[in-house]
Design a protein around this ligand. Sequence first.
Ligand SMILES: NC(=O)c1ccc[n+]([C@@H]2O[C@H](COP(=O)([O-])OP(=O)(O)OC[C@H]3O[C@@H](n4cnc5c(N)ncnc54)[C@H](OP(=O)(O)O)[C@@H]3O)[C@@H](O)[C@H]2O)c1
Length: 285
Amino acid sequence: LILLTGAAGKTGRAVMRHLAGRGCAVRAWVRSPAQVDPLKRLGATEVVIADLRDPRAALGAVRGVEAIYGICPNMSVDEEAIGGSLIAAARSVDARLVYHSVLLPRVEAMPHHWRKAQVEDALEASGIAWTVLQPAAYMQNLLQHRESIAESGVLPVPYSESAEVAMVDLEDVAVVAGRVLIESGHEGEKYELCASEIMNPKGIARVLSTYLGSRVVVREIPRGHWRESARRSGVSEQAIEDLISMFEYYERHGLAGSPDDLERLLTRPPGTLSDFLARELPTGP
Ligand SMILES: NC(=O)c1ccc[n+]([C@@H]2O[C@H](COP(=O)([O-])OP(=O)(O)OC[C@H]3O[C@@H](n4cnc5c(N)ncnc54)[C@H](OP(=O)(O)O)[C@@H]3O)[C@@H](O)[C@H]2O)c1
């Protein structure tokens, strides 16, 4: 039995689908009752509804569990506390904890990456059996721009069109999650999960243009405008500031990683952006 936290989110659903496809028994941890039926339809054996910030709930959620796939809420200031209670819960039942981190967590200039580095440190000091997955930015994030691409052929980005940012197909991440949860031999390992090609937004727009057969151009959005639009969409002030820090880092340094771990764990080349587009946008955006 595997406990999957953050199960109703973008990452959680992908991992859930994959684990169900492999015939695994999964206890999905969600936040609200409305998420129970969708998770059961995705193949969850059991669903627990609780707040991830409640350490007692974590101790209850791990009963009978052999492994935990720990996904923290996106941009959460509580990541260290949640990580800490998942570690304590894993210890209480002697379960393995696979922690969903991020590529280059040890960058203090990106606070939400840095918080994941603190959880990684806590895992290393914990004495429990752990594995860390460090995924690059998901290709799936591009889907938020479907409308803009379809209506005006514009890919908007709040950083330089030359910033090289590693990406990964979330479906590949889910395959690796399944493998490290089920197999032994991954204890104490950290795996970077990146596709083979690192592109800048200009390169992404070129691939989109070729795939769609119509011109897609990058538009750099001033970060002040991006901030206002994020506020209008209800994004919290803390998440906005953390994301702005990430855009500034991308602009200055990009986000680099190696595809070697992913290729070895998949035993095939990682999915490319073209593969991703053909699967997700078979009839265009
Ligand atoms: N996006 C990327 O490119 C990327 C790359 C690498 C790593 N990551 C990491 O992947 C993780 C998951 O990201 P995601 O995009 O899948 O997030 P997401 O779609 O926002 O999913 C997070 C889930 O956690 C739930 N949640 C939030 N607060 C909770 C709480 N207090 N108690 C219980 N559940 C709670 C949310 O519930 P609701 O559905 O009710 O909001 C949601 O279902 C993050 O840690 C992120 O840093 C993301």
